[in-house]
Each structure stands twice: as structure tokens, then as C-alpha cells.
Design a protein around this ligand. Structure first.
Ligand SMILES: Cc1ncc(COP(=O)(O)O)c(C=O)c1O
Length: 373
């Protein structure tokens, strides 16, 4: 008998047995053909030239990076008017979301989030042995009343992506303040602002102000989306000193690479790039939403989005699965999320204007074909 006579290997914790690895957006067809990747909410403009230049600057790969990302944290603090001591950087905001859940929830606890949320959230809850709880919303978006109604004595963490992924909906400051005011003080509210840079001028959910004033609010941001640095894995969080201390205890010791720190620092210095990204994204998104609205007679609709993607619902003859296949034949990968109760929807990242016109044309042709039977 192999393995010293033992039939069994190490026993997985039962709650780990119950999870699967995170499923990332696809970038190729089943036969390996490369597709235009509109499945991971990446930036079609790439990243700032300054960030790219920082990435090719000479690094000594034999040296560990700054474990505290001090220069980057100082720059983030300067940009947002924050205290650098209350900022922690992570290997993407994904690492920090994990740390936040790990620090405050465990077996027997509940982690609450809106019914349609970032697909990582239930995995984070399960990873620490807690129960994921999905709160009912309103027309796919998050609902403050729905979230508050789902709070129980076992709730430890509320995860709110605002704007929301995969819906693209957004709760304004009044709603966020009402949510926070309705939560018990021992419940951590994580405001995940991964898509905040795509909001219009003046649209602010007030998350940073809440995190500055209260002991139970963390705000998370990422360089993966509007800054175009998904491959470098840099995110950050801010909140009360005790919360930041908890994340610092749990995060990887040298979590943000030297190149990631340098690229993020340079990217922060190029506000023009982010502004142009948001502007172009909004124009292409509005045009795409209008193209989907024109297919309303085929049972298609787009949920109005504040982010760099649109959730298109297929409620007529053309199904999301058939549209997904038609898009793939046309060279595009988008996100089908049947596992999240969205088998009738496709989340489509906003690409370039030309790509979005082609995607709309492919969907329109598929709808016509479905109508013909
Ligand atoms: C809502 C939300 N939060 C966080 C992330 C994680 O981003 P990253 O780990 O790349 O910073 C994503 C990525 O898709 C997201 O959609």
C-alpha cells in the first residue's frame, strides 16, 4: 500500500471541501482560439504610459519589495486626503477582502451581501467556515432594506460592491449612510469600490467619509480596473486603525511586488489617463445600452450600469446561452453567470467603441435569427 500504509491523505476542512476555486473570465474558445476578452472588466485602453515606463524600470529581483508599500500608501493618502497610517495595500483588493472576512468571521458566523454580487464573496465566506447569506434586492440591484432585513445576531461582515459587479448598479451616499446606521456596531461593513473611478463627477457613495469616522467600516479600492493594472495585482483598503491593523496581521508579508508598487505609484500620478478611461467608457457604455434597448422587442434589456460592464438580460426567444455562443463565434468572450442565478444574463465588459458596436451587431443578428426560429 502506498503512503506508508495509509489509504487517506490529509483531511480537508469540510468547509474547504465545499468550495471551488474562483472561476475567472475566459479569454479563449474551447478549441483554444484567442477571443477578445470582455469577461473580466479589464481596461481596453491598457494602462498609463507612466505606469508602463515604471514597469520597465530596472528592479533588482534579488531584493524583497518594500513590505509596507510606504511610497504608494503616501501617494494614495495624498490623492484621497487620507492618513497613510490608515491605508494597507494588498495583492489586489481580493487579498484584502479575504483578510477582512478572515479577521471577523469564522465557523458559525454569517457573511452578508446582496443577492447579485462579486462571485468571490460567497467563496470568501466559505473559505473561513462562515455561511454566505444573500440578501434580496430590487431589480437585481442591492437594497438597503433587503440587507438590513437579512442581518441576524450571527452576521459579522457585510460586503457591498458599490458599483455592484455583475449588475453595475450603485447605491448613493444617503443609502449607504442608512445601511451603516442600521447595522449593529459589531458588524463590519466593507464598501468595495473597485469601480469607483467610473462614476461621474460628484457621484460619491460617502464610503471614505464613513471609513474615516467609524470603527466598523472598511473601503477597498483596486488598480485592476480604471488604472489598467490587473496583471500587477495591487489594491488598497482604508478604515479605523484597528481594522487596518487586523488586515496588516493577515496579509502576505511582501504582498505587493516591487513592480506593482512602482506601476501603481506612477499610475496614480496620471489622473488624465483615468479621466479619459472613465469618459470613453461612459460614451461606449451609453451607446451599447441604447443598442440593447433597441432590441427590447426581442426581450433584451440592459440594466443601467455605472461601471465598465453591462448586464444584459435575455427574457425573450434568444437565450443568454445562444447569445454567448454567437459572440464566441464572432470572436468575443463575455461572462455568463448561471452559477449566480443569472443563467438568463451576460455580463459584458465595455471594450473599445468599435468592439462594442460589433458586439451589439452580433447580438442583434442572433436575436433576429432566434426570432426567425
Ligand atoms: C467588485 C469587485 N471587487 C474586487 C475585485 C477584485 O479586484 P482585484 O483583486 O484585482 O483588485 C473585483 C474584480 O473583478 C470586483 O469586481
Amino acid at each position: 500500500m502506498p503512503y506508508g500504509g495509509r489509504m487517506d491523505g490529509p483531511a480537508l476542512k469540510p468547509w474547504i471541501e465545499a468550495i471551488h476555486a474562483y472561476v475567472p473570465g475566459r479569454s479563449e474558445a474551447a478549441d483554444g482560439t484567442a477571443l477578445v476578452k470582455l469577461s473580466a472588466n479589464e481596461n481596453p485602453r491598457g494602462c498609463s504610459r507612466l505606469a508602463r515606463a515604471a514597469l520597465v524600470a530596472p528592479f533588482d529581483p534579488a531584493r524583497y519589495p518594500d513590505p509596507d508599500a510606504a511610497r504608494l500608501r503616501a501617494a494614495i493618502a495624498g490623492t484621497h486626503g487620507l492618513d497613510p497610517a490608515r491605508i494597507v495595500c494588498g495583492t489586489g483588493s481580493g487579498e484584502l477582502l479575504h483578510c477582512a472576512v478572515q479577521a471577523f468571521a469564522g465557523p458559525g458566523d454569517e457573511v452578508l451581501f446582496p443577492r447579485y454580487s462579486f462571485s468571490l464573496y460567497p467563496l470568501l465566506a466559505r473559505k473561513v467556515g462562515a455561511s454566505p447569506v444573500a440578501a434580496e434586492g430590487a431589480d437585481y440591484g442591492a437594497s438597503v432594506d433587503g440587507l438590513l432585513a437579512a442581518v441576524t445576531p450571527r452576521t459579522r461582515v457585510v460586503l457591498l460592491d458599490n458599483p455592484n459587479n455583475p449588475v453595475g448598479s450603485w447605491l448613493p451616499a444617503g443609502d449607504l449612510a442608512r445601511l451603516h446606521a442600521g447595522l449593529p456596531g459589531n458588524v463590519l461593513l466593507v464598501v468595495d469600490q473597485a469601480y469607483a473611478e467610473y462614476l461621474a463627477d460628484g457621484e460619491d457613495d460617502g464610503g471614505l467619509a464613513l471609513a474615516a469616522r467609524h470603527a466598523n467600516v472598511l473601503v477597498m479600492r483596486t488598480f485592476s480596473k480604471a488604472f489598467g493594472l490587473a496583471g500587477e495585482r495591487v489594491g488598497w483598503a482604508t478604515g479605523a486603525p484597528a481594522l487596518v491593523d487586523a488586515l496588516n496581521r493577515l496579509r502576505g508579508a511582501f504582498n505587493v511586488s516591487a513592480s506593482g508598487q512602482a506601476a501603481a505609484l506612477a499610475a496614480l500620478g496620471d489622473r488624465g489617463f483615468v479621466a479619459a478611461t472613465a469618459r470613453e467608457n461612459a460614451a461606449a457604455r451609453i451607446r451599447f445600452e441604447a443598442a440593447i434597448a433597441a432590441l427590447g422587442n426581442h426581450g433584451l434589456r440592459a440594466i443601467p450600469s455605472k461601471a465598465n460592464f453591462v448586464l444584459v438580460l435575455f427574457e425573450g426567444t434568444l437565450t443568454a446561452g445562444v447569445a454567448l455562443a454567437a459572440l464566441e463565434r464572432g470572436g468575443y468572450a463575455v461572462r455568463h453567470l448561471p452559477g449566480q442565478g443569472l443563467g438568463h444574463g451576460l455580463r459584458i465588459t465595455i471594450g473599445t467603441a468599435a468592439q462594442m458596436d460589433e458586439v451589439a451587431a452580433l447580438i442583434s443578428a442572433a436575436a433576429e435569427a432566434a426570432a426567425r426560429g
